[in-house]
Write a protein that binds this ligand. Sequence first.
Ligand code: UDP
Ligand code: MG
Length: 317
Amino acid sequence: MSPEISIVIPVYNEEESLPRLFDELYPVMDKLDRSYEIIFVNDGSHDKSFSLLYDFQKKHLETVRFIDFNGNFGQHMAIMAAFLHVRGKYIITLDADLQNPPAEIPKLVQQMDAGHDVVGTYRQNRHDPVFRKAASKVVNKITNNITGLHINDYGCMLRGYSRRIVDIIAHSNESTTFIPALGQKYAVNPIEIPVNHREREFGTSKYSMFRLIRLNFDLMTSFSLSPLQWVTMSGMGISILSFILVAYMLIRRFIIGSEADGLFTLMAIQFFLTGISIMSLGIIGEYIGRIYKQIQKRPRFVIKDIWEKKDSGDKND
Ligand code: UDP
Ligand code: MG
């Protein structure tokens, strides 16, 4: 029989956090008094995460399923793989590092009971370095503007989705994506609620600055063409300005005669325009790169094993 709730947790080198996550998750889920399953996805960890998850699944055959990836395909692909395998009516995603406290899960379930098909969350009393908080505030605002979506906090992965939404997400065939944005896009009755947030106690963030920027490009290119329209608009703007400049210079030429001043001004303008040209090529390249990846049609992730209880017993026993 299908469980009512599926909890989805991507895991990448979280050996220190996992034991405490296991300890915190069960009391919360049992208290809910609903049938549930927990799906872990091991995203190519090279620490002890695999063996911890393996043992845990063996101990909790009835409730735990475990998807083991063939390598590191990223957090969003890990969630995508789980979405293709979940059986629950409500699906809740959660980070493995305990920054999203499992104790918040009942709040999400309550909102889904009230009929919301996507329950987004934003972090109350967020414990992250100040510069990261400020940066994500700006990034959230820009991202909302570009994508036309309204998400308060793109970085909080504690989210609930109805079965219908998860099916739509799982069958969106894009090679790079951002799960909360896909959910929001197809939601009919979404809501956002504040949740507690904890400091990362063990290990470090799996996102370097460079990786975060790349993830943001994935988000923007997946949900909007407006960066390309900006390129076109800025090209048009610059053409109009330079037309006016040429007309002005011509008039000066006739009135004042030949002039050879302003070499440095010219250089500054030239550098500025070169910058814009390179950036524009980059923006176009971001889209072309993704088209290239998409038409290669390589698998978005490769599953090595799924450890779960089958009707005829545990798959791997
Ligand atoms: N994660 C993953 N694959 C990755 C990077 C991260 O499965 O390539 C998982 C990670 O184990 C954690 C969640 O995604 O459960 C969020 O990662 P992290 O806490 O490093 O992100 P942050 O909180 O710093 O944004
Ligand atoms: Mg984290």
